[in-house]
Design a protein around this ligand. Structure first.
Ligand code: GLN
Length: 485
C-alpha cells in the first residue's frame, strides 16, 4: 500500500519507528493529488509550501529523538468554511474569492499546535448550503467511487479527498448533515459532535444554532484521534461547552454487550431505497449478534425536521450573511456610483443562486408580522423533535438509521429539483435540530456505491457512538474498500 492510502494511526507507528519521514508522507499525498485531482476536484486551494514546512518541523523533531503526538505529521484537508491565517478561505463563494483571514479558527490553531500537515482547503457547497457540492461557486467535486456521481455535501471536497487518499484525515462542518451525508456517499467515517462540543470560533457561520465542526476519516480510530485534538471549551465561542473532554481512544473497544439500540421506524419510510434499508438492517443484526439488542421505536416528530430546518437555517443564514457588503473585505462590485448601488450589486454578483434563495426565505421568515408564524413556530417544533429524542434515550443507548435515503446520485440529477436535493438530509437534520451527536460509518454497497449507517447518541455521549461504530467496524470489511480511480 502507498503511504497516502494508510490511516493516521498506521502512519504514526511508521513515523515513530523512523520507517518513513513526514516529508516522504507529505510528498506521497501531493503525488496522489497531482494524479487524481483533475478528475476529483476536491480542493479549492493547495498549500504545498505550508505543508512542506510543517513536515520539515516534524522530521526535525523526530531527528532530535523527541516524542511526537498521535496526529503529529498527519496530512489533513480543511473544509474551506474554516478560517486559516494567511491561507485563502473562500467558503466556495465568489463573495470571499480573495479573502485571506488574519486569524485561525480555533480548530485550525489546535491542529497547527498538534503538528498536523495542511494539504489544502477543501471544496464545498457555497456557504455550506447544499447536499452535493454542486453549489460551489468554482466547480463541483466528483465522487471517487463513480466520477459521474456527486460526493454529497456540503463537505463534499473533504469527503472526496479522504476517499481518494488525497489526504489522511479531514475536517468538515455539519448544519443539517454536511459531514455525515458526504461521508456516507464516499464510504468514509464522519462524526458530527454534540452542539458545543467543538469550538465554532473561526467557522464561517451558516446557521449558528445548528453548525458544528467534526472529523471525516478512513476509520473510527482516526475519528477518535481527531476528536481528541479538536474537542473542548473555548472562551472565544460562548456556545462551546465547559465539560471536560474524555480521551476518545478509550472508546475504541469492541464491546456492545447489553447495548440497547432503538430503530426509529420513521427513518425507514417512503423514499429510502430498499438496498439502503436492507444494509442498515443487516448492520443492526450484526450488532445484535455481537451482543446488543434492538427494537423498533418511533420518533413521530422526525418528519417535521426538514420543514422546520428550512425555516430556522435560512433565518439564521440571512442574519449571518448580512455582513458581506464589499466594504472591508471580499468581492466588491465595480459600480461604486453610490454606496447603496455598490452594496446591492456586490451581493447580487457575489452570492450564488442557492444562497440568495435562502437569504430571501430567511429574511421573509424573520420579518415583522411573520416571525411568530414561521421562526417562532419552527423553534417550538424543534423542541418537540428534541423531546422525541429525549424520550427515546430513556429506553435506548443509541438510535440507528440510514445516514441518507439513497446512495450518491448523478451530477446534475437533482440540481433542478430542490426538494429531491433536500431530501438527501432527511435522516440527518433532526439530529442537528436536537443538538445531538451522530456518526456515519460505511455499512455496504449498492450499484458499486457506498451506503452509510447513522448512529445517533445522547448529548455529549460521543464515546458510546465511537464504541458502537468501532465494534461494527472491527467485525466488518466495508471501511477497507477503496475506490478504483
Ligand atoms: N444540505 C443541508 C443544507 O443545504 C445541510 C447543509 C449543512 O449541513 N451545512 O442546508
Amino acid at each position: 500500500m502507498k503511504l497516502n492510502e494508510l490511516t493516521a494511526h498506521e502512519l504514526h507507528d511508521l513515523l515513530v519507528n523512523k520507517a518513513i519521514s513526514c516529508r516522504e508522507l507529505t510528498e506521497a499525498v501531493f503525488t496522489r493529488v497531482e494524479a487524481v485531482e483533475e478528475q476529483v476536484k476536491a480542493y479549492l486551494t493547495l498549500t504545498r509550501d505550508v505543508a512542506m514546512q510543517q513536515a520539515a518541523a516534524v522530521d526535525e523533531k523526530l531527528a532530535r529523538g523527541e516524542a511526537i503526538g498521535a496526529l503529529e505529521g498527519i496530512p489533513v484537508a480543511i473544509k474551506d468554511v474554516l478560517c486559516t491565517q494567511g491561507i485563502r478561505t473562500t467558503c466556495a463563494s465568489k463573495i470571499l474569492y480573495n479573502f485571506i483571514p488574519p486569524y485561525d479558527a480555533t480548530v485550525v490553531q489546535k491542529m497547527r499546535a498538534a503538528g498536523m500537515v495542511f494539504i489544502g482547503k477543501a471544496n464545498m457547497d457555497e456557504f455550506a448550503m447544499g447536499s452535493s457540492t454542486e453549489n460551489s461557486a468554482f466547480f463541483p467535486t466528483r465522487n471517487p467511487w463513480d466520477l459521474t456521481t456527486v460526493p454529497g455535501g456540503s463537505s463534499g471536497g473533504s469527503a472526496a479527498a479522504v476517499a481518494a487518499d488525497e489526504c489522511i484525515v479531514a475536517l468538515g462542518s455539519d448544519t443539517g448533515g454536511s459531514i455525515r451525508q458526504p461521508a456516507s456517499f464516499c464510504g468514509i467515517v464522519g462524526l458530527k459532535p454534540t452542539y458545543g462540543r467543538v469550538s465554532r470560533y473561526g467557522l464561517i457561520a451558516f446557521a449558528s444554532s445548528l453548525d458544528q465542526i467534526g472529523p471525516m476519516t478512513k476509520d473510527v480510530t482516526d475519528c477518535a484521534l481527531l476528536m481528541n485534538i479538536i474537542a473542548g471549551h473555548d472562551p472565544l465561542d460562548s456556545t462551546s461547552l465547559p465539560q471536560p473532554v474524555p480521551d476518545y481512544t478509550n472508546s475504541l473497544v469492541p464491546d456492545v454487550k447489553g447495548l440497547r439500540i432503538g430503530v426509529p421506524k420513521e427513518y425507514f419510510a417512503q423514499g429510502v431505497e430498499p438496498a439502503v434499508a436492507e444494509a442498515v438492517r443487516a448492520a443492526i443484526d450484526k450488532l445484535c449478534e455481537l451482543g446488543a439488542t434492538a427494537e423498533e421505536t418511533s420518533t413521530p416528530y422526525a418528519e417535521y425536521g426538514l420543514p422546520t430546518y428550512y425555516i430556522i437555517a435560512p433565518s439564521e443564514a440571512s442574519s449571518n450573511l448580512a455582513r458581506y457588503d464589499g466594504v472591508q473585505y471580499g468581492y466588491r462590485a465595480a459600480d461604486e456610483s453610490d454606496v447603496i448601488t455598490m452594496l446591492r450589486k456586490t451581493r447580487a454578483e457575489g452570492f450564488g443562486h442557492e444562497v440568495k434563495h435562502r437569504i430571501m426565505i430567511g429574511t421573509y421568515a424573520l420579518s415583522s408580522g411573520y416571525y411568530d408564524a414561521y421562526y417562532l413556530k419552527a423553534s417550538k417544533v424543534r423542541t418537540l423533535i428534541k423531546q422525541d429524542f429525549d424520550r427515546a434515550f430513556e429506553k435506548y443507548d443509541v438510535l440507528i438509521t440510514p445516514t441518507s435515503p439513497t446512495v450518491a446520485f448523478k451530477l446534475g440529477e437533482r440540481t433542478d429539483d430542490p426538494l429531491a436535493m433536500k431530501l438527501a438530509d432527511v435522516c440527518t437534520i433532526p439530529v442537528n435540530m436536537a443538538g445531538l451527536p451522530g456518526i456515519s460509518i460505511p455499512c455496504g454497497f449498492d450499484k458499486g456505491l457506498p451506503i452509510g449507517l447513522q448512529i445517533i447518541g445522547k448529548a455529549l455521549d460521543e464515546e458510546t457512538l465511537l464504541r458502537v461504530a468501532y465494534t461494527y467496524e472491527q467485525a466488518t470489511e466495508w471501511h477497507k474498500q477503496k475506490p478504483r480511480l
